[in-house]
Write a protein that binds this ligand. Structure first.
Ligand code: ATP
Ligand code: MG
Length: 426
């Protein structure tokens, strides 16, 4: 047996329905706010991520799927979406279009990580990017979009954590202060943090190791050190969200794993998954596009981890998507085949989900199969029904059946109302 690559997943039905429904909801909510889909290659030049995500990041130092193609070019399976969007923005001249540009993407990302629940080597992300607006209002809009999307899925317990990373100019001052405060405890920090000390000291702040966590908790928050302008920016964002009734929690030591963020950074955590398993991460990245050789265009965005999101979907949403029940069609004679397909065409045209029996089951076996599928009704087409131009409609919950003319079938099956094509499970 050939097995799937470690860290990849098969998303089987019916779980795949949840994925599709989540994506449909993303398209609806983000689309409503003017975001349009951008579909980008999964494969990019390695240099894009080295420069875009940052040389000292976990992604670039240890998580990329990088290989040489047949001509020896170094390619990488995209580990995240923003760098690709920035590349496309520059390469495709999106700066020439009306600003700002509102974009969303949905698709797989690849990172060579240690596999565990919620952590895979191929995983789905849903993200948006708002490019060409530097105001706090842009940040509020992006967080509103995030909040509306999560609310549409029925979440009411997710927490948006917000921090201010300041501007890149603030960083040396902060890092110096941080190291000064950490210096007496340097030897107590974990091995990873020893490495981060020189490579990426900001990342010490979000180390998950308990001892590091405790030491870091005593240090001065970055937001206390940032310039007045950056401080005012994020304060305005927080006030804007407050005015909309969108709850956010200040997270003074939240930093993100990507180098390009500045000022506003945020994460969404779920009480179900705990703080270590973040559902969504995002922030402002005003220098990314110019760092990649493009015009000085500011941006802000986020990426939601779809695997983790689907994992904690509210029961109400799961029931709505998974609770639909089909109608089975049982042709019981050779001459019933065409009428069965015709009937299927008719019912699906009315939004009624059907399953046609195509393996040659008897009536008894067909009804057993229907029950196993959780079907709500069976449309039985035997020789007598075909001769009469009717069907026997069997209600599989009540066990009752009646003779119905084929034209009336959709109306009878839609007695619950046309907006509820398939009755839900009780
Ligand atoms: P983490 O701290 O969990 O490693 P991250 O900071 O590396 O996350 P981002 O780069 O911000 O993650 O990606 C945004 C979101 O994508 C994450 O919040 C998470 O939900 C999801 N994600 C990241 N890496 C993985 C993975 N290996 N498997 C599944 N989902 C992931
Ligand atoms: Mg990570």
């Amino acid at each position: 047996m050939i097995r799937k690559v470690k860290g990849t997943r098969d998303i089987l039905p019916p779980e795949s329905r949840l994925w599709a429904a989540v994506e449909a909801e993303a398209r609806r909510i983000f689309g409503g706010l003017g975001y349009e889909e951008i579909r980008l290659p999964l494969l990019e030049p390695t240099e894009l991520f080295v420069r875009g995500v940052g040389e000292g990041t976990d992604i670039v130092t240890k998580e990329m799927y990088t290989f040489a193609d047949r001509k020896g070019r170094s390619l990488t399976l995209r580990p995240e979406g923003t760098a690709g969007v920035a590349r496309a923005f520059i390469e495709d001249g999106l700066a020439q279009r009306p600003q700002p540009q509102r974009l969303y993407y949905i698709g797989p990302m690849f990172r060579y990580e240690k596999m565990q629940r919620g952590r895979y080597r191929q995983f789905g992300q849903i993200g948006i990017e708002l490019l060409g607006a530097a105001t706090p209002s842009a940040d509020v809009e992006v967080l509103l979009a995030l909040h509306e999307f999560l609310a549409a899925l029925g979440f009411d317990d997710l927490i948006i954590m917000l921090n201010n990373l300041g501007d890149p100019e603030d960083r040396p001052r902060f890092v110096a202060r941080l190291k000064e405060e950490l210096a007496p405890h340097k030897h107590e920090l974990c091995r990873d943090c020893q490495r981060r000390w020189d490579e990426n000291p900001l990342r010490i702040l979000d180390c998950k190791v308990d001892t590091c966590h405790a030491i870091v908790a005593e240090t001065t928050p970055i937001a206390d050190i940032v310039s007045g302008e950056a401080r005012a920016h994020v304060e305005t964002v927080a006030a804007g969200l407050d005015a909309l009734g969108i709850p956010v929690q200040p997270a003074p030591r939240l930093v993100r794993g990507l180098d390009y963020y500045l000022r506003t950074v945020f994460e969404v955590v779920s009480p179900q998954l705990g703080e270590g398993t973040v559902i969504c991460g995002g922030g402002r990245y005003d220098r990314l596009i110019s760092d990649l050789g493009g015009p000085p265009v500011p941006g802000i965005g986020f990426a939601i981890g779809e695997d983790r999101l689907v994992d904690v979907l509210p029961q109400t949403f799961r029931d709505r998507i998974l609770g639909t029940r089909p109608v089975v069609i049982l042709p019981l004679a050779a001459e019933a085949t065409a009428p069965a397909f015709d009937c299927a065409r008719n019912l699906t045209g009315h939004g009624i989900e059907v399953r046609i029996e195509v393996t040659g089951r008897s009536l008894r076996a067909g009804l057993k199969w229907a029950t196993k599928l959780g079907a709500r009704a069976a449309v039985i087409l035997g020789p007598d029904e075909i001769a009469a131009g009717t069907a026997t409609l069997r209600d599989l919950d009540r066990g009752e059946q009646e003779e119905v003319s084929l034209e009336k079938l959709p109306a009878v099956l839609m007695q619950d109302g046309p907006e509820v094509p398939s009755r839900r499970l009780p």
